[in-house]
Design a protein. Structure first.
Length: 138
C-alpha cells in the first residue's frame, strides 16, 4: 500500500517540483477531522450524470455503496486538497476501497475549485478537506 507521503512525492516528481513546501508540508498521515473545509465561493453542483457514473461503478461491483440517513445508496469520498496562491496544487482522495470513484472525486474537486475559492488570509499554502457524495434512488 502506498503511503500519503510517497504519493505526494510521486506527484511532485511527476510535476517536476521536488522542493518541499515550507508552509504546508505533506502530512505523514492525514488527520481528516482536523482539516478545515475547502472554502468554496459557491457550493459545487453535482449533475445527475456524476451520480449515475458512481452508481455504475457500484453496479459493476467495483465499489460498495454506503447508506445515507434517508436510506438512499451512496458513496462518500473525502479529498485532502493542497491549495497555494495559484489555486489547487494537489488532491488526495481518502481510501474507501473504491479507487475509480476516489480518483473521479479528486478530479471533480480540482475542477469545482477552479476560480471558485474564497480569498484566504491565512497561510498562502494550506491543506483543506472536501467531501463528494454520490447518491441515487434505488
Amino acid at each position: 500500500m502506498i503511503t500519503v507521503t510517497a504519493l505526494a512525492l510521486t506527484l511532485a516528481a511527476v510535476q517536476g517540483d521536488l522542493a518541499p513546501t515550507q508552509d504546508a508540508p505533506a502530512p505523514a498521515a492525514i488527520d481528516w477531522e482536523s482539516l478545515p473545509a475547502l472554502p468554496y465561493r459557491e457550493a459545487p453542483s453535482m449533475t445527475p450524470a456524476m451520480h449515475d457514473w458512481a452508481r455504475g461503478q457500484v453496479n459493476a461491483r467495483k465499489c460498495r455503496a454506503r447508506r445515507l440517513v434517508d436510506g438512499r445508496p451512496a458513496v462518500r469520498i473525502e479529498v485532502a486538497v493542497l491549495v497555494d496562491e495559484e489555486g489547487v496544487r494537489t488532491t488526495i482522495p481518502r481510501a474507501t476501497g473504491c479507487p475509480t470513484v476516489e480518483q473521479y472525486a479528486a478530479g471533480l474537486v480540482a475542477g469545482f475549485s477552479r476560480n471558485n475559492l474564497t480569498q484566504r488570509t491565512a497561510a498562502p499554502t494550506a491543506w483543506y478537506r472536501a467531501t463528494v457524495t454520490f447518491a441515487w434512488r434505488q
